[in-house]
Structures are given as C-alpha cells and as structure tokens.
Write a protein that binds this ligand. Structure first.
Ligand SMILES: Cc1cc2nc3c(=O)[nH]c(=O)nc-3n(C[C@H](O)[C@H](O)[C@H](O)COP(=O)(O)O)c2cc1C
Length: 307
C-alpha cells in the first residue's frame, strides 16, 4: 500500500511532493533521481525567448528571497524541441510532467497551449497568470476575476480532456477566493497557490533598492503563514484539488498545507538552500504516515477535525 499516493483531478502523484516553477530544473537529476518526486513542474515558458531582467535580480531578506528574474526562458519552440525530450528521457511513467507557461494576451495563451497540445509527454499545464495583460493596460491577469474567467474558459476549450489544467494564483490581490472561484467556474481542474508576494529591500547605507528593477517577488519561509492562510481560505471556498506552495522547507510544513486543504505541495526556494529538500520532505511524510498508520489523503483539509 502506498500511503503517500495522492493527486490532482486527472493526475496521480505517487507522493504529494513536487517543485515550484522556476526554482528547479532537470540539472537536479545529478543530486537525486527525479523520479522520486510526485511530479515535476517546469520553469514558466513564454512564446518568445526572454533574456530576463538585468541583475541584481535576487536578494535575500529575513527568512526569504526577493526575485525579479523576469521569466528568463528559451521560448516555446526550444522548449518543445530540446527541453521537453530531455525531461522525458529522465522521467519514467510514474512521474508526471506539468508545463508552466505564460503570455501577454489571451490569444497568445491559447496559441501556446495549442502548440503544447501537439507534443507528447505532458500530463498537465500550470498557467502562470501573474503577468501583465498588454491589452488591459498591463494589469496582471491574475488580479482580475473576469479576465481569469475568460482566459480559463478559452484554455479549457483548447486542451485535450486528458490533460490537467491548473491555474496558479497570485496572492497580490484583495480577495484570492474571488479569483479562485472565477477559475473554477470557467472549468480549471485544479489550482496552484501561491505565487510570490510583491516585496522590496533597500540598502540602508546608500538608499538604493537592492533589486535593479526596484522590487520583486518575495518567497521562502517568510511567506509561509500567508500562503497557508490563502490555501485554507481557497480550500474552504472551492471544490477542486489544490497544489500548495509558499515557504515549505520541511515535512512538517508540508503537513500544515495538507491539513489546510492541499492535495499536493511544491517546494520552491528551499531547493536553493538544500537541493535535497524535496526528498527530505518525502521521507518525512512517509515516516509520519507509517507512524500514525494513515494514508496522506485522509488528512487533506482535516485541520479542524483530525487529532
Ligand atoms: C527564483 C524564482 C523564480 C521563480 N520563477 C517562477 C516562474 O517562472 N513561474 C512561476 O509560476 N513561479 C515562479 N516562482 C514562484 C514559485 O514557483 C513559488 O510560487 C513561490 O516562490 C513560493 O514558493 P516558495 O516560497 O517555496 O519558493 C519563482 C520563484 C523564485 C524564488
């Protein structure tokens, strides 16, 4: 019996642990067999290659990290030609591959998903909506419920029913449940949350921002209580599986998210501190399940009733 088995709506995970987009790559295969993971989520790709923002674009804060990478990526053509086959050669059939992608108009999102649909070896899509919509004065897709509804609805119609459609939510909104409801009503299979929180750090000596662009996205343990609260709120409002992330560094952190309502969790910034973080979390969850004689699915969302 595999006590760690869980999943999203259409994807089975052999354990609840995957990686947060942009914090992990196939290079980690030199540290451990990537097939130990419940799934892999790729770095967000865009239609055209992106060089990313000028450095400095990473700065540490107390318990956290601010990044302003600017979605540096090789673009969808190179992704499908080079990166996807490399992942598929590493991953076996027990390790689903989830492709994260982003665009600057709804039509561009739809065109990208059509291209991805022509490629084998993808079990799901994580749609990164924390990006500006150039047709709506650059307002981020993810902060506007009607835009999220329209985008999700169009993507739903463009993808095969076998592949998971995951919408990744930004916490930089007044009410994250409003956005979650829009995505669910429009037909997403599951939700991922949270993306980074906007943050800033200034060199107190010179007065200069320590990120070239001035600000960036805060991640790491500092954001975990906020992420947990958002997951709890969303899980109590909608009835789709949640892939949770935000500051997870240990199996105990992962358990908190599972109790709050997550079906699976992603480890992000912790990968930079300890490349074995994900496998350590898996080992910890396994021992916990054996010790308590339970299956992990039994405690999803049971924060108030379990114990
Ligand atoms: C350096 C860095 C790059 C990131 N790149 C992406 C990205 O390409 N796409 C995305 O959806 N999220 C990206 N994120 C956000 C993470 O996937 C995750 O949602 C966030 O960092 C919270 O998890 P954590 O605190 O465990 O890192 C990035 C985060 C970091 C630190």
């Amino acid at each position: 019996m595999n006590r760690l088995s869980t999943g999203l709506k259409k994807i089975v995970f052999k354990n609840p642990v995957t990686v947060a987009s942009g914090t992990f790559g196939k290079e980690y295969n030199q540290y451990f067999d990537l097939n130990k993971l419940g799934a892999i989520v790729t770095k967000t790709i865009t239609n055209n290659p992106k060089a990313g923002n000028h450095p400095p674009r990473l700065v540490e804060t107390t318990g956290g990290l601010i990044n302003s990478i600017g979605l540096q990526n090789p673009g969808i053509v190179r992704f499908c030609r080079d990166i996807l086959p490399e992942y598929r050669s590493i991953l076996d059939e027990t390790t689903p591959l989830i492709v994260s992608f982003s665009a600057s108009t709804i039509n561009e999102f739809v065109d990208m998903i059509k291209t991805l649909e022509d490629n084998e070896g993808i079990e799901g899509y994580e749609v990164n909506i924390s990006c500006p919509n150039v047709e709506k004065e650059g307002i981020s897709f993810g902060v506007d419920a009607p835009q999220v509804y329209e985008l999700t609805n169009k993507l739903r119609k463009a993808i095969s029913s076998k592949r998971e459609l995951i919408i990744k939510l930004t916490p930089n909104v007044t009410d994250i449940t409003e956005i979650a409801i829009a995505a669910v009503d429009a037909g997403c299979d599951s939700l991922a949350l949270i993306n980074t929180l906007m943050g800033m750090k200034i060199d107190w000596c010179s007065g200069k921002p320590m990120i070239k662009k001035g600000f960036g996205g805060l991640s790491g343990p500092a954001i975990m209580p906020i992420a947990l609260y958002n997951v709890f709120k969303v899980a109590n409002k909608v009835d789709v599986p949640i892939l949770a992330m935000g500051g997870i560094t240990s199996y105990q952190d992962a358990l908190e998210f599972i109790f709050a309502g997550a079906s699976a969790v992603a480890v992000g910034t912790a990968n930079f501190v300890n490349p074995y973080s994900t496998v350590d979390v898996i080992t910890g969850l396994k021992d916990y399940c054996i010790k308590n004689d339970i299956a992990i699915t039994k405690i999803i969302g049971k924060t108030l009733t379990f114990c």
